[in-house]
Every structure is written in C-alpha cells, then in structure tokens.
Design a protein around this ligand. Structure first.
Ligand SMILES: *[C@@H]1O[C@H](CO)[C@@H](O)[C@H](O)[C@H]1NC(C)=O
Ligand SMILES: *[C@@H]1O[C@H](CO)[C@@H](O)[C@H](O)[C@H]1NC(C)=O
Ligand SMILES: *[C@@H]1O[C@H](CO)[C@@H](O)[C@H](O)[C@H]1NC(C)=O
Ligand SMILES: *[C@@H]1O[C@H](CO)[C@@H](O)[C@H](O)[C@H]1NC(C)=O
Ligand SMILES: *[C@@H]1O[C@H](CO)[C@@H](O)[C@H](O)[C@H]1NC(C)=O
Length: 588
C-alpha cells in the first residue's frame, strides 16, 4: 500500500491525498449519531438508495449512488448521482454530485444506471433520465476532463437521450441500463428493464458507437407474472475458481448470472445460466424454477435491494453492492438527517454446484481489524447454553465461527409446506423456540441484561431421509423502540449438512446493520436493527448460544473489533479538503 501510495503521489496530487486518507483509519466507537454505521458506505447526510455505476478506473474506485442532496427522504422529482472515490473500497472521499436533473432529458431526476470503461480507457455512464414529460429515457454522460484522476465533473451531451422511451412500454416503466458488454460481432449491448404488454422484460439494446442503440426483438428474459422488474445485472462467472471476469467475457468455461430486482417483493433474485450473444437471450440453468424470477434464488434473505456488481480489474474479482434501507419511520430518517446504507462490498463467485453464487466480504475489511479474541477449539455448547465472547467492543465487529454438529439424530421433522416459505418458518421458530439440532448461532448487539438482542442462527430439519439446514436472523428482540419493522429473515442453506456435519457463519456487525454469511456465503442475510442500549452509551455484548437439545461444538471462533473507516466524512461538497490532506501529508 505504501509503495502504491508513493507511486501514485508522484503521478497525481489528488490521488495521493486520497490514498493517504485511506490509511488513516482509527478506532472511533461513536460513529456519529443514532444508528450511524462505522464502516458501511453512507454519504455524510441525506437520502441514498440504489448503487450506481461502480467501477475501477485508472487506479481509483468510483462509487455513485441515488442521492437526494436536499434531504433525508426520497424525492421523486429530484434525484441526483452522489459520487465518492476510494483507493481501497473501504475508505471513501465524497465529491460533488456527478449528475443532477438539469437538462430536458433528465429534468425530473437522474435515476439509476451503470458505468462502462470503453476501449482506450474512457469511462462512460448510461443512466435513466426522467425527462421534462415525466417519461423514462436512457442517457449517456462522459467525464468533462478525462485526465482528471477523480473524474469530478460529468458532461451530459445535448444529443441525449440516446434511447427514447419505446412506444410499447409505459412511460414510467423503462429504466436502469446495465454495464455494457461486447458481443463477438463487436457490437455493444446493454440490458434495460421495460414492461412490454404488461410483461416484465429485460430488453437488450445493441450499438456500434455507444450513441445509436437498437433494440433486439427478443428480450433477454421475460418474467410473465412478476410485475415490474428493475436494475438488471448480467455478468459472467467462471465455472471454476473465484476469479471474476470482465463483463464482456463469454467463453466455454463460463456461465452467466442474471440478477433482477422485483418491485412487487422489493427483493433481488438471480439465476445462473447461459447467455447467447448471437440471439441475445439467456437460458436458465435451473429450468424447474420457471421464468417467474420470484422463484429464482435470493441474493440476500434480508433487507437489500437494487444490487449492482462490477468487475474489479485491480484484483480480478467481481464485487457486488446493494442498498439496505432503514427499517424505522420517515420521521426517524428526518431526525437523523440521513437514510440508507450500502452493504459492505462482497466478492462473488460461482459455487462448485454450478447453480448458486457464493458471496463474501472483500478481503480489505481485514485492514480494519483491531483487537481479536477467540474461543478454544472444540468448545462444547451444551443444550440451553449461552457463552459470552467478551473482551472486544462488539458493536462494530467481524465474527467468524464454525459449528460442528456431532449428531443430527434430534433434528425436527419438516412439514413440506415450509419448503416454500423459509421466512415464515423463521418467524414461527425463532431463537427462543427450542428445537433438536438448533437453534444455535450468535447473539449480537445484546444489552447487558439481554433484553435487547439480535440472533443469527441455524436449525436442522429432517425431510424424508434428507436434512434441510435453515438459517435465520431473528429481529423480534433487536430493539425496544416502538415502530421498527422487524420481519422474519431467513432462507435454507443449499449444502449437504449430513455430509459436512459443520456449518460456518460470518457476521459483520456495524451499529444498525447485521450482515451474515452462512455456509461460506451460500445464504446471506442483511438485517437493519436499532438497539436502544447502544444509543444510551451501554456496551453491546456478543454470545454463542444453543437452544437445541443436542450439544454442538465450536471448531473455530474468531472475532475482531473493527476500526471506523473514513467514509465521506469531509462533507457532501468538500472533495478531499486540502487542509486535511496537507496535514496528513506532513505526517506521512
Ligand atoms: C426539486 O427541488 C427544487 C429545489 O428544492 C424544488 O424547487 C422543485 O420543486 C423540486 N422538484 C420536484 C419535481 O420536486
Ligand atoms: C475480457 O475477458 C476476456 C476473457 O478473459 C478477454 O478475452 C478480453 O480481452 C477481456 N476484455 C477486456 C476489455 O478486458
Ligand atoms: C424499506 O423498509 C421498509 C420498512 O421500513 C420496508 O417495508 C420496505 O420494503 C423497504 N424497501 C426496500 C426497497 O427495501
Ligand atoms: C432459549 O429458549 C428459552 C426458552 O424458550 C428462552 O427463554 C431463551 O431466551 C432462548 N434463548 C435465546 C438466545 O433466544
Ligand atoms: C444501561 O442499561 C441499564 C439497563 O440495562 C439502564 O438502566 C442504564 O440506564 C443504561 N446506562 C446508560 C448509561 O444508559
């Protein structure tokens, strides 16, 4: 990192400031106001929703997001693109907004879109404009000064929109252009969501020059009963290994993933399949799940929406961002002065089964790890036990645990109706409902008297002669505050628990968010919580628990206190303040 910083300093002054800023994390436990997170992406204030246009460009990560510069609530007619830059995807400096609703083709809002790096290195943004007639159109924008390493200013050419709203799509149902990819014929393609004759469709547009776009007659995918879908993301994954692929890669040893966000359920779903660049269509691997994407795999079984991935050429990986909204009231948003966070960036790759994605926090999170504690290998967690993991401040922490299951004998029988609704099952069988094998897992963000706590746990069921592993986050006692939305969160973990007899859990705790990764990232659950004890200055506690009748063992447990990252602290329009840059420079 130091070498990189020095090299960069020699080239670009601002980049240098930024990299120095990146190495300045320190432990500040009070993250600044009610529920404010310490290492998740948030603007300094105001409303944010969808992640937009993430990219790695000339040694710098850029992140854009749907942003209301005027307040903490969504403002349908006035959305801008917030913009931040980072050297490491952990520490971020806020820049001025990149796109604002100022032109006839986006007068009522600059909505979601994506970035593409063109041959030669020019970055391009495609985004949805809500035009002066309140119709959704697709626009392009380019850096005003392509040699500015921070790409601070963006220009929207007057020839926009590049894609007018089509006659067979309602004016308010045509949006969210994806990152572009190149077909073997040398033409660019993008995916755009549009409702055609009442059918949620993912449309493909092709272009030779990034300016004139022509729609393919067949959609990439059509989901007949799903209602409007949005934020399409089509990307290749390697059949083997964890390396990511650029969005244009399309070889024999690759699969494609199509991710869609469904308005009806406000959830993200994905399917692994094959993409054919001759017909620009997508064939799902798991045909039995049908064309209604609400039956596809869930990206996260908690509170995330409108996710978007990008190819990180610096580390050859695919990285996913997703929006996690607040679960309390609009009045709370206004009182706090902000609303919405992004999940911690996740690396994505294809599981060996060829059907599911594995998701894992990017390794840069380890730069925030400070004090570490562990549990002796093989520690037995008896029926009814509650073991405190003491010694770290656990309201911002990273916990990795592996449970070993000596026996599955006591697994509860599963009524087949539950197979369709794991959320409801988690609701009926929360952490306090005793079982056979499980519930066991972690208790996080617990007050000293356990009055408030959030449980992340597993429970094994027997279904015919097979076992099903359920993972849940139980929010029912997460906060004593009234008016907080606390739905059950949960999904099955698609792995053979009988063969493995062990299950891993990684949980990122950050004041008002608990992001959990079960079974090596097969099942993910992001939960928003608002513990009152933390607001009054009381410490949060961390435990391992078992409320099953069978004992389980902890074959590994490590927990780290995490430092507070530098996330947009300078202000919304402050860039990297020269003063702070200068101080840091003299320290260096
Ligand atoms: C956008 O914000 C401006 C400034 O606050 C306001 O005057 C205008 O009415 C807003 N437009 C819409 C459509 O809400
Ligand atoms: C994308 O990846 C493919 C396959 O690895 C490679 O052939 C192609 O050159 C890459 N394209 C770019 C723009 O990096
Ligand atoms: C945001 O949170 C509310 C609960 O406050 C929930 O009902 C809603 O579905 C969420 N929206 C999205 C887009 O996740
Ligand atoms: C375990 O079950 C008992 C009895 O239902 C309950 O009182 C206790 O709170 C449960 N533990 C957890 C962590 O939910
Ligand atoms: C800590 O929690 C206890 C109850 O568990 C409460 O009585 C006390 O006021 C809290 N302390 C602070 C500093 O808020």
């Amino acid at each position: 990192m130091a070498g990189l910083a020095l090299a960069a300093c020699a080239v670009f002054f601002h980049l240098c400031l930024l990299l120095l800023l990146s190495s300045s994390s320190s432990l500040r436990l009070a993250a600044g106001g009610r529920g404010r997170t310490a290492y998740h992406f948030q603007p300094a204030k105001n409303w944010q929703n969808d992640p937009n246009g993430p990219m790695y460009h000339h040694g710098m990560y850029h992140f854009f997001y749907q942003y209301n510069p005027r307040g903490a609530l969504w403002d349908i007619g006035n959305l801008s693109w917030g913009h931040s830059v980072s050297g490491d995807l952990v520490n971020w400096a806020a820049l001025d907004t990149a796109l604002d609703p100022t032109a006839p083709f986006d007068a009522n809002g600059c909505w979601s879109g994506s970035a593409t790096i063109l041959p030669g290195g020019l970055a391009a943004i495609l985004y949805t404009g809500i035009d002066a007639n309140n119709e959704q159109v697709q626009n392009v924008a380019f850096p005003k000064n392509p040699s500015d390493p921070l790409l601070r200013e963006w220009e929207k050419p007057a020839y926009n929109p590049v894609i007018a709203h089509p006659a067979d799509v309602p004016g308010d149902k045509f949006r969210d252009p994806s990152t572009a990819w190149l077909g073997r014929d040398g033409l660019w393609r993008i995916a755009v969501s549009g409702e055609v004759d009442g059918v949620a469709s993912t449309l493909v547009y092709r272009s030779k020059d990034f300016l004139r776009w022509e729609r393919n007659a067949a959609p990439l995918h059509a989901s007949h009963a799903a209602g409007m879908v949005e934020c399409p993301d089509l990307f290749p994954v390697a059949e083997h290994g964890r390396e990511g692929l650029n969005t244009s890669a399309n070889g024999a040893a690759e699969r494609h993933v199509l991710k869609l966000s469904v308005m009806d359920t406000l959830q993200d779903y994905y399917m692994v399949g094959r993409y054919d660049d001759a017909t620009d269509t997508f064939s799902p691997e798991e045909r039995e799940r049908g064309d209604d994407c609400r039956n596809w795999r869930r990206l996260d079984y908690g509170h995330v929406y409108a996710s978007k991935s990008f190819f990180d050429a610096r580390k050859n990986r695919r990285v996913l961002w997703a929006w996690a909204n607040e679960s309390d009231s609009q009045a709370d948003d206004v009182a706090r002065g902000w609303s919405g966070i992004q999940t911690f960036p996740r690396k994505l790759w294809l599981d060996k089964d060829g059907k599911q994605l594995l998701q894992w926090p990017i390794e840069e999170i380890e730069t925030l790890r400070r004090k570490r504690i562990g549990l002796r290998r093989g520690t037995k967690v008896e029926a009814g036990a509650l073991l405190e993991i003491a010694g770290i401040a656990s309201s911002q922490a990273d916990v990795e645990v592996v449970f070993k299951l000596p026996s599955l004998e006591e697994a509860e029988r599963l009524d087949p109706i539950w197979l369709l609704d794991p959320q409801k099952l988690c609701g009926e069988k929360g952490a306090s409902v005793q079982g056979g094998v499980g519930p066991f897992g972690l208790i996080v963000l617990a007050s000293g008297d356990l009055h408030e706590h959030t449980a992340v746990f597993f429970r094994v069921f027997k279904h015919h002669d097979k076992y099903k592993l359920l993972m849940c986050t139980d929010l029912t006692r997460s906060s004593t505050r009234a008016g907080v939305y606390k739905p059950p969160h949960g999904g099955f973990v698609d792995m053979d628990i009988e063969e493995h007899k062990r299950i891993s859990l990684r949980t990122l705790i950050d004041h008002s968010v608990v992001e959990s990764f079960g079974g090596g990232g097969r099942t993910c659950i992001t939960a928003r919580v608002y513990p009152e004890h933390a607001e009054t200055g009381n410490d949060s506690h961390l435990y391992v628990f078992n409320n099953g009748t069978d004992a389980v063992k902890v074959s590994r447990l490590e927990a780290w206190e995490l430092a507070t990252a530098t996330v947009n602290v300078v202000g919304d329009d402050g860039l990297v303040a020269p003063a702070s840059g200068a101080t840091r420079q003299s320290e260096a």
